[in-house]
Every structure is written in structure tokens, then in C-alpha cells.
Design a protein around this ligand. Structure first.
Ligand code: SAM
Length: 305
């Protein structure tokens, strides 16, 4: 359904699932159905000019198509067949930026309902191992359906508390990339999906508890011995859940540093964490979002080994 909250209309973003099809095939399919393809956007503002059955390619993300806010694909064949994933542009950033290698070993720490997992699998071309954890049984069963529809086969789903996953277990010895998208206040979401009220999103005690949980997850993730890159993301706009969590983590883990992400992206993390990205309805025409990427610093010894 159209997103009309707070008087904000953000475009409808559709990620092409490259495990099942190609961007060209989806564009051709839609054209045959009477959609009108406008080519690639050349500036952000173009994304807000869409109406009716016109659509374009995004200017930042290759596999993303952009439609008017009123377009709804939930009953569309391409969605039901898993050829397209209905995913906000900002929420496509974490997997895109983590960019795990084909055949790599990757963890999606808080994975359900699995949109980012399926994106990671597409980038990995379904090769390697994608360990996905979630603590919520119901969300995990939704996730199984989603991954099946999307044709994901390289994953191992586990109904586990990520904080209890042993980083030293032989199963995870080759994990080099982790995506951490933990529970957050959801304050960046234009539509509230999880029934939380606006009041709840600003409740200082709840924010404090969420931030403490997020920091524990982040510190835990950095304990995987072969980890090279980690992406941390939230759909929160509160610095307490974003820059402050990342800063605290870096203080605890001096062997990790921030990577300067996506220089052409228009909205940065709050000063001094400008290496990180933010997204918002007003500056990026997406939901509110935050992304940080940590990298293990090469130590003199590990390089010569
Ligand atoms: N990454 C998902 C996606 O793109 O579809 C969305 C993840 S959602 C923001 C956060 C998830 O973390 C929820 O599904 C929640 O059940 C899960 N979660 C909360 N605490 C957890 C824990 N201790 N271990 C693993 N998962 C947890």
C-alpha cells in the first residue's frame, strides 16, 4: 500500500533477485505489461518524479528499480515467483556494501525475515556458506518461505540467540564477513510495521536497553577469529542506537576501524562518524537508516604469516 505517513511519500523500490532473473528480463516483462521504462535516474530528485506505470533504474544500486509510491507489487507474478524483492533502498545498502565474496563464509546475525539474507546470497551467487540466526521462531518460519521463493540455497538457518553462538566453534572458523542488523527502535520507518507506537520509539529506557543489546551483539560479532569486515545497520534515526553504539564498540576493539563508505552517498553519519551512512525520507527518499562498516586492521605480524 502507498506510504502516506507524516505527509511523506517515498518511492516504491523493487530489488531484482539475480538468483532467479536479470534486471533486463524484469524490465522487458514490465514493459510488455504496459509499464514505461525511463532509463536510469541521473539525480536523486528523479526518483520522486514517477507516477502511474512509469519506472526507472536507481542511480546508486544497479539491481534496484524505482516506481511511484502508489505502486503495489504484492499480488504481482514477479513478486510471487521470487523474481523481485520488495525492499526499501536503504535496507539494500548493508548487503551491497558488505559485498561478501562468491564462495565465502558469511554470518547474518539477526536475519529474519531475511530480505538482507537473500540479498547476501545473490551477491555470493548462492555459493559458499551463509549462516543465518534469529531468536524469533515465527519470524524464522516467514524467512524460510521467503528464502525458498527467492531460490536461496547457500544458507543454514538456525533458531539461536546470536549472543550464544560460539565464535570459536570450528563451524565458523572461515567466517570473514558478518552482517549485523539487530532489533532497534524502528524510529526510521515511515510506516510502523511492528505495532510499536511513536511513544515507544522515543522511550529513553527502551532506547538504552536496545543500545546495550546492540553493543553486546557488535562486540560479540568482532570475536569471530577470521572476521575481516562487518556491516552494522539499523532502521533507527537515534544516535544512541547508531553512532554512539559504533563509537563505544571501537573503544572496546582498537583492532577494528571504520571504513569510509560510498563517497557519493548524500547523507553521512553524525560528526565525527562521517565514514558511516545515514538515510532519510528528506535527503535520500528512503526510510530512515544507518550503516557502518568495520574492518579489522592488519597487524604487522598477521601480514607476514
Ligand atoms: N535483517 C533482517 C532483514 O533484513 O530482513 C531484519 C532483522 S530485524 C531488524 C532484527 C531481528 O533480530 C529480529 O528478527 C529479531 O527477532 C532478531 N533478534 C533479536 N534478538 C536476537 C538475538 N539475541 N539473536 C538473534 N536474533 C535476534
Amino acid at each position: 500500500s502507498a506510504q502516506h505517513n507524516n505527509g511523506v511519500d517515498i518511492p516504491r523500490y523493487v530489488r531484482v533477485n539475480t538468483l532467479k532473473t536479470t534486471v533486463e528480463d524484469v524490465i522487458d516483462y514490465l514493459k510488455r505489461e504496459g509499464f514505461s521504462y525511463q532509463g536510469a535516474a541521473s539525480q536523486l530528485e528523479d526518483l520522486c518524479s514517477l507516477s502511474g506505470k512509469t519506472f526507472m533504474s536507481d542511480l546508486h544500486l544497479q539491481d534496484l528499480l524505482v516506481f511511484s509510491a502508489k505502486m503495489d507489487f504484492h499480488d504481482h507474478y514477479l513478486y510471487k515467483a521470487g523474481h523481485i524483492i520488495l525492499q526499501d533502498k536503504a535496507s539494500c545498502l548493508p548487503a551491497y556494501l558488505l559485498d561478501p565474496p562468491v564462495g565465502g563464509h558469511v554470518i547474518d546475525a539477526c536475519a529474519a525475515p531475511g530480505n538482507k539474507t537473500s540479498h547476501l546470497a545473490a551477491i555470493m551467487k548462492n555459493k559458499g556458506k551463509l549462516f543465518a540466526f534469529d531468536i524469533d521462531t515465527k519470524r524464522l518460519s516467514t524467512m524460510s518461505t521467503l528464502l525458498l521463493r527467492a531460490g536461496v540455497t547457500c544458507h543454514q538457518l538456525a533458531n539461536e540467540d546470536f549472543l550464544k553462538v560460539d565464535p570459536l566453534s570450528p563451524a565458523y572458523r572461515d567466517v570473514t564477513h558478518i552482517l549485523l542488523d539487530p532489533s532497534c527502535s524502528g524510529s526510521g520507518m515511515v510506516c510502523l510495521h511492528d505495532g510499536s507506537s511513536e511513544e515507544q520509539e522515543h522511550d529513553p529506557e527502551r532506547l538504552k536497553a536496545l543500545a546495550a543489546f546492540q553493543l553486546r551483539c557488535l562486540n560479540h560479532a568482532l570475536k569471530f577469529p577470521k572476521l575481516q569486515h562487518l556491516v552494522y545497520s539499523t532502521c533507527s534515526i537515534h544516535p544512541q542506537e547508531n553512532e554512539e553504539v559504533v563509537s563505544a564498540c571501537l573503544e572496546n576493539n582498537p583492532d577494528f576501524r571504520l571504513i569510509h563508505l560510498f563517497p557519493e552517498w548524500p547523507e553521512r553519519g553524525r560528526d565525527p562518524l562521517t565514514q558511516c551512512l545515514r538515510a532519510s525520507t528528506t535527503k535520500t527518499f528512503t526510510h530512515g537508516f544507518f550503516v557502518a562498516m568495520l574492518e579489522r586492521q592488519a597487524t604487522p605480524n598477521s601480514e607476514s604469516l
